[in-house]
Design a protein around this ligand. Structure first.
Ligand code: MG
Length: 172
């Protein structure tokens, strides 16, 4: 059985993951509109990943006999001047998500909820990857600067990204 405090905190995280999904979808739509379909693809895959993060938490709450309560999703930005700006915003956002996951982990420890703590380990590791991939793309877009050929090539590289079902969902 989940404690009320743990259940509420997990529900907050579901909202944060869905907000992330909405943010990346917004980025995807902007870059689709400006013709950078590869960049748009990267964000649309990210949109799917964030929905999966929410789904993992929803499944977990249900498994523990808790109640998933979906809250309103706040508005997201709609304009980023360049892909570099969008990836910088992505990194800042993912750093906030990391802090939220760490806070959830602390609550699980305080509540002596070791099952939740174990479930959160996957998210702790996932955040390392999220921050790393955002940083990698910041580096790449910084490197190409205003070079059109560089942008063309990087856009194509990002077009190749495909969605993979995260292990906690594929194992079920
Ligand atoms: Mg996430």
């Amino acid at each position: 059985m989940l404690s009320k405090k743990m259940e509420e905190a997990l529900n907050e995280q579901i909202n944060a993951e869905l907000w992330s999904a909405y943010l990346y979808l917004s980025m995807g739509m902007q870059f689709e509109n400006t013709g950078l379909n590869g960049v748009a693809n990267w964000f649309k895959v990210q949109f799917q990943e964030e929905q999966a993060h929410a789904e993992i938490l929803m499944n977990y709450i249900n498994q523990r006999g808790g109640r998933v309560l979906l809250k309103p999703i706040a508005a997201v930005d709609t304009d980023w001047a360049t892909p570099l700006d969008a990836f910088k915003a992505t990194l800042v956002h993912e750093q906030k998500v990391t802090a939220m996951i760490n806070n959830l982990y602390s609550i699980a420890e305080e509540e002596k909820d070791y099952a939740t703590r174990e479930r959160l380990v996957w998210f702790v590791n996932e955040q390392v990857e999220e921050e790393d991939s955002a940083q990698e793309l910041i580096d790449k877009f910084t490197l190409i600067g205003n070079d059109g050929m560089g942008l063309y090539t990087l856009n194509q590289e990002l077009a190749a990204r495909t969605y993979t079902v995260p292990s906690p969902l594929s194992a079920e």
